[in-house]
Write a protein that binds this ligand. Sequence first.
Ligand code: GLC
Length: 536
Amino acid sequence: MKENQHNKWWHHATIYEIYPRSFCDANGDGDGDLQGIIRKASYLKTLGVDAIWLCPIFASSFMDSGYDMDDYYAINPMFGTQEDLDQLISVYHQLDMRVILDITLNHTSDRHPWFLDACASKDSAYREDYIFREGRGDGPPNNWVSSRTMRSMWTYNAATDDYYFHIYTQHQPDLNWRNPSLRQRLYDMLRYWIDRGVDGFRLDVINKIAKPDEFNDVPDGVYADALCENRTESHAFIQEMRQAVLPNDRDILLLGQTGGVTIPQAEAYTAGLDQELDLFLQFEHLDIDRGRDFNRRSWTVPQLKQAVLRWQRSEQNNTWPTVFFGSHDSGRMLSRYGDDRLRYRRRSAQMLAALQLCLGGTHIIYMGDELGVANRRHRRLDEFRDVRSRDVIQARLEQGDEASKILDDLNELARDHARYPIHWSGRGQFKGYQQSIYHFYQKLLELRRQEEALQWGQTRSILDDHSDVFAYTRTYHQQRIVLIANMSSRRIELNFQREDSTLILSNYQRKVKGILRPYEVRIYRENICSARENSF
Ligand code: GLC
């Protein structure tokens, strides 16, 4: 492992993801805002995070929660003003935390002035900013259906009697990255935000910006999204963007969302340091229980382990992972991978926190996970508001799926769960700060700062096939950290006491020899000279 290549501020950072509308409402109008985020700066500093990632804060029609931008230069009035953002950046910088903005460069909204102009006439100067094609007969140019909306990727535009292309909803027309003038305008915009002080960007679906030359039909029943993912041309675009945008005197993070990447593809995006992306986001472990149309699948601990651990750095994997178990796009991690019944909520949230934060890589904590926020389950399908949930409901009802099955699936997986307002006063349910989930996160983040093995250590799975225990070691020179987590509500007999190991953190106060209690997690430190490798 070449450590010196991985010493930028983000390599050992913990980033806190904020969905601004639901985080903290300072002006009392029912929506979170930038002033609310400013108000929480010292809370986040005390938690121990190094940076915040703000989901889109730009002017938007909000059809897809801001991932449909009307104007890349204007702050959504729901969240505040440019001055609020300037103040936010300065407050966070004073506390030595960085600010990352989320930007969608794959598409704009259908209310963006470029798109409105492009739709008005074939002679528009912005026509080449988007992808228009003549229809075929009475229908769209080809048979492409998006897995995301489960509908055609083409929408008819009457004024020019043709169709525009969109991977996501019809309100999110894809930009045409082959147009150099468009690319320059996007780069200008990124430079503008860097000059205003932001420390990086989370680049939404950046692995989809390159589209095929030809829009040929795909076999029936096949979703066409994959044809727009990780295309070779996207590398040249990202390289050009990086060259054009990043200043020499500041380390600006480019964190790319690259769903569906393989390890070699992720290496291609990131391994040539300072050429394309700095970090990437992949979702293999988050897809473990979720089919494309949110059909829930059962999963096992060994499967999860495999999906998580194969993305840790190793001889076979030269990438630097970004580790997270929840986001604005998924159900709450506590409800999916833990146990949100009141009886187990605190311990299973703490177990998951430890399981995550002892892994190698850059970490992302999703807002509220440090408070044990769980899914909010619904009784009726019409209670789901998110555009994706609504698309899933409609498509699956049309396919003849039982409403009760869709409800069950969405109660686990819908994006809505991550997007409900955080109730800041509701922390009393975990009485006592010392025992709280928040405090456990604090201790884990402190540990990450102290233990070199957690920063640089080689990760190795142990107890591979155990049906309920997720365990691994992190080894660096003579130091080793061992994590053992019971992911079930069973008491498990396990003789895990190793010689010369010291228990440094656990979510139970008293140790019981030979038994792992429900959702118990233990973190040990070992000195390798004396520890026996195979004491399990
Ligand atoms: C990304 C975002 C998601 C959004 C989509 C379209 O996947 O994370 O929230 O809906 O892109 O922009």
